[in-house]
Design a protein around this ligand. Structure first.
Ligand code: AMP
Length: 494
């Protein structure tokens, strides 16, 4: 059985397969091993990857960084039609598996998709849904830093090592600390920020350029197409500053001022870029300190720091890590763009291929605490963050008022003591419970988090013994009919 390992990234995606013990990172139609996560529609034709990215400036029906919206209620409008983020992500998944299957002359539909360790329940379910819409069987989700650790760690000298994976991509930041012993991988703690990534460093340069446009070039207003051009130029400059001390940013014909065309011709020093990125690096440092604290490991006890994600190429990130841990601990052995998808392919092979030579034991953790709302908006944590998964926990609840015949249960993810400040994952009502004085009914709630980090919850009224079990299924406010119509829609527009 062959399984694709897919890194569905904010900026770029990558697909790999394990064949006869070797991992093969598959090239797209342009001969590249990473594919921009960009989707565009032009006269009803869907364009994905490099071809979509190339028309970013010219075609406003182009979507970047859809991963930032996955699991939210946001919709994306393309040529006058609204799409769910999962639908757009499905387009990327379909494209990746199509060129990979073409190359391999196979028809593989089984996949493992990686997700940021810090993704919440809704984002995880939405990623699975994207796979389903694309006609794939999502066998498992695996956390991105865990996948990077698998890709780093399958080697004979891995005896009792503490590995810290530092994964800074285009839109997300994750850190995981693992204890690795031969093929046993146990995640001890994880932390991160779902909205911190290379895009934010691009925006530092975009702001510099905007200021230059408004104050020095006397451009009145920055419109959408100018904004897109500034962003493209900023990312290019950022990458150049990873290998040079300064760069020249040229954006010709950016606007017309006093009937004359104006151009951006701006010199940017790496030191200026680094100074203005101070706040972002501070955030990175805070998260790192927090995860170390939660793992109960010291800086000295970390044996190796493994880098993943394109943004770890920035000099300020490498300098920071070398200062924090010591130069000798930083491993540059992984290809930061491919490691995550390779790790997913290795895991897929180990679990599902009977003939696989590697038997991986993997224990991951849940990244965010899970709990319920109590009276007075108090938050009751049932499964604290960094608990090993899978896990199941059962707790008894009762009524707060006399003769209630219904109990409502909120399930939330987050760390705040005030329930409503945490993300609502599901809400369900258990109806027709025993009518009695407050405190008499006994409602037993079971919360399970599976290996994908996804929640399954049920509640039973123990007092009536009517086993009224309600399973929370209507995640993402999507019912079976809508799902079917999404799948139908998807297969219609090729
Ligand atoms: P990923 O999500 O891992 O594909 O990472 C993509 C992010 O890495 C984007 O924000 C890129 O701009 C950034 N990136 C890629 N190459 C470089 C580089 N040479 N220097 C700085 N950032 C880079």
């Amino acid at each position: 059985m062959k399984i694709f390992g897919i890194d569905l990234g904010t900026t770029n995606s990558c697909i790999s397969v394990c064949e006869n013990g070797e991992v093969n990172v598959l090239e797209n139609e342009e001969g590249l091993k990473t594919t921009p996560s960009v989707v565009s529609v032009r006269n009803k034709e869907w364009l994905i990857g490099d071809v979509a990215k190339r028309q970013l400036e010219a075609n406003k029906n182009t979507v970047l960084s859809i991963k930032r919206l996955i699991g939210s209620d946001a919709k994306v409008e393309l040529e006058g039609k609204e799409y769910r983020p999962e639908f757009i992500s499905a387009k990327i998944l379909k494209y990746l598996t199509s060129f990979a299957n073409k190359k391999l002359k196979e028809n593989i539909i089984d996949v493992i998709i990686t997700v940021p360790a810090h993704f919440n329940d809704r984002q995880r379910k939405a990623t699975k849904l994207a796979g389903e819409i694309a006609g794939l069987r999502v066998l498992r989700l695996v956390n991105e830093p865990t996948a990077a650790a698998l890709s780093y760690g399958i080697k004979p000298d891995n005896k009792g090592q503490n590995i810290l994976v530092f994964d800074l991509g285009g839109g997300t930041f994750d850190i995981s600390i693992l204890e690795v012993d031969n093929n046993d991988f146990e995640v001890i703690a994880t932390g991160g920020d779902n909205s911190l990534g290379g895009d934010d460093w691009d925006n530092v340069i975009v702001e510099i350029l905007k200021k230059h446009c408004l104050e020095e070039l006397k451009i009145e207003k920055i419109d959408r197409s100018m904004q897109v051009r500034l962003k493209v130029a900023a990312e290019k400059a950022k990458k150049e500053l990873s290998s040079s001390l300064s760069t020249k940013i040229n954006v010709p014909f950016i606007a017309i001022v006093n009937n004359e065309p104006v151009h951006i011709d701006y010199d940017l020093e790496r030191s200026t870029f680094e100074k203005l990125s101070f706040e972002l690096m501070k955030k990175v440092e805070q998260i790192l300190i927090e995860v170390l604290k939660e793992s109960k490991k010291t800086t000295e006890s970390i044996d190796k720091v493994v880098l993943a994600g394109g943004s770890t190429r920035m000099v300020m990130v490498k300098d920071f890590l070398e200062k924090f841990f010591g130069r000798e601990k930083i491993s540059f052995s992984l290809n930061v763009d491919e490691a995550i998808s390779i790790g997913a392919a290795i895991l897929g092979d180990s679990i599902y291929n009977e003939k696989s030579s590697s038997e991986i034991m993997l224990m991951d953790v849940t990244p965010i605490s899970l709990g319920t709302s109590l009276a007075e908006d108090k938050y009751d944590i049932l499964i604290p963050k960094n608990t090993s998964i899978p896990i199941s926990i059962t707790k008894e609840y009762t009524t707060a008022k006399d003769f209630m015949d219904e109990i409502e249960i909120d399930i939330r993810q987050g760390e705040d003591q005030i329930a409503s400040n945490n993300k609502l994952i599901a809400h369900f009502a258990l109806k027709k419970i025993q009518k009695a004085e407050s405190g008499t009914p006994k409602i037993s709630c079971t919360f399970k988090i599976d290996v994908d980090g996804i929640l399954h919850a049920s509640a039973t009224d123990l007092s009536t013994n009517a086993s009224k079990t309600i399973v929370v299924e209507n995640y993402l406010d999507i019912d079976e009919n809508e799902k079917k119509s999404l799948i139908k829609d998807f297969s219609k527009n090729k």
